[in-house]
Design a protein around this ligand. Structure first.
Ligand SMILES: Nc1ncnc2c1ncn2[C@@H]1O[C@H](COP(=O)(O)OP(=O)(O)OP(=O)(O)O)[C@@H](O)[C@H]1O
Ligand SMILES: [Mg+2]
Length: 406
């Protein structure tokens, strides 16, 4: 099932080695620094990528050299030369390498080096120094824990189709699934008027949310942090304000900046969206990894969706990112229901990959108590499905990170 419609991933760093397996301890450091946006490549593959212009120029190239490379330093030598000629930042990581070989590679223009295994914060310190020296590394990378998280918006094609229920439970399942890992999840309610995330999780709406939205110029890492709350200290949450605010109180620039700030700090950013189209709707869609759109099997959802898709087409927006979810879908046993789903998706010209079951009264009851399904109705059929999706998303994102882009 094509659950995650991955967009082209812009890489921030590559670890390059003849034998990437010799430098496994590096993976953890790189994840801490670059989140999902780095890859492991062989010297040969990196040379090819460089030659083809497949690197955009801002990636940090971490060239790993070990003792056995010294017999045949040629390929690494050429790669470092080519990378420096291309203006890339090149950092050497040396494992039992002789001072002569290290000296030689530094002479070719490598910007700095660190021994392997890396001392604590070695790479972060190097980036900070380089940044101070020559602004070679973008500021957000130097800020140590830039994660470049995935933006996963949730949109409901019609009122009450279950978008917020899905967003809240997806976020909570992802947060609990990754609780032992260095991964952070944030849930953001961008429905400034009638957002219900705060209600569904029974958390307070902070005054700082109102301030941050009413004075757009103040948006920055620290004001955003002040506006955030968390659910059980595990899931970061930005609720909607306590007062109803116009959706156009902020513009596209504001939302884009907010998303960038969040991406630098979180691995997964789940966004609950308002039904109405706004000046910034396109920004959210454009920056999304996958854009979940919930529907129900009725005329209301069908008609709204057709109108919505017409807008996307008119504005040349990436509709292919949409992942349709049919909520309260008929069960397996319901053959008549199954053919209705088939006809429904066919008539709309869309593919529906995800079906969510009706979870009955416990779903609304959980929302009323301000608890995710996992905490109040863990055996509920809806919960089980959302959990599966959460686990798959986390796994796919890990694979995407490990995969070599080419
Ligand atoms: N699969 C489901 N099974 C049972 N109840 C559900 C299911 N999905 C949603 N609900 C219930 O439907 C109601 C509406 O859900 P929710 O608030 O998540 O929808 P929404 O699309 O966010 O609505 P809004 O238009 O208000 O933003 C809630 O009471 C919720 O508990
Ligand atoms: Mg909602």
């Amino acid at each position: 099932m094509a659950l995650l419609k991955l967009k082209d991933r812009k890489m921030d760093a590559f670890a390059i080695a003849s034998n990437p397996g010799s430098f496994e301890l590096l993976n953890h450091d790189l994840h801490g620094l670059f989140g999902q946006s780095w890859g492991n490549v062989t010297v040969e593959a990196a040379g090819t990528m460089l030659g083809r212009g497949a690197m955009h120029g801002e990636e940090v190239l971490i060239v790993c050299v070990e003792a056995r490379d010294e017999q045949n330093l040629g390929p690494i030598d050429s790669f470092v030369r080519a990378a420096k000629k291309g203006g890339f930042v090149v950092i050497l990581v040396a494992k039992d390498v002789s001072p002569t070989a290290l000296h030689h590679l530094l002479q070719l223009g490598a910007d700095d080096f660190a021994p392997y295994p890396l001392p604590d914060n070695a790479l972060a310190n190097i980036f900070n120094q380089l940044h101070d020296k020559q602004h070679a590394v973008p500021a957000e990378l130097a800020a140590k824990k830039a994660r470049n998280g995935m933006i996963l918006p949730v949109y409901g094609a019609a009122g009450g189709v279950g978008a917020s229920t899905f967003a809240v439970n997806l976020a909570w399942e992802m947060a609990t699934h990754t609780r032992k890992e260095d991964m952070r999840v944030v849930l953001v309610d961008l429905d400034f008027q009638f957002g219900s995330v705060a209600t569904l999780l029974d958390i307070p709406r902070r005054e700082a949310v109102f301030d941050m939205l009413s004075e757009p110029d103040t948006l920055a890492g620290d004001t955003l942090a002040q506006a955030m709350t968390s659910y059980k200290s595990l899931l970061a949450v930005l609720t909607s304000p306590s007062e109803v605010m116009p959706l156009d109180i902020v513009g596209a620039d504001y939302i884009e900046k907010m998303l960038r700030l969040l991406q630098a700090r979180y691995d997964f950013i789940i966004v609950d969206l308002p039904k109405a189209l706004t000046d910034w709707s396109a920004s959210v869609l454009t920056s999304a990894e996958t854009y979940f759109t919930l529907l129900e099997l009725d005329m209301r959802s069908a008609q709204n969706l057709m109108r919505y898709l017409r807008v996307l087409r008119g504005e040349d927006l990436p509709g292919e990112k949409i992942q349709y979810i049919l909520n309260r879908a008929p069960g397996f046993a319901d053959l008549n229901g199954k053919s209705r789903v088939g006809r429904f998706s066919e008539s709309l010209g869309i593919e529906i990959n995800i079906l969510l079951p009706d979870g009955g009264k416990p779903v609304t009851a959980a929302g009323d108590q301000g608890e995710p399904l996992a905490d109040s109705a863990s055996k509920n059929a809806l919960r089980k499905e959302i959990k599966k999706i959460a686990v798959t998303l986390v796994d796919l994102s890990k694979e995407a990170r490990a995969a070599i882009v080419n």
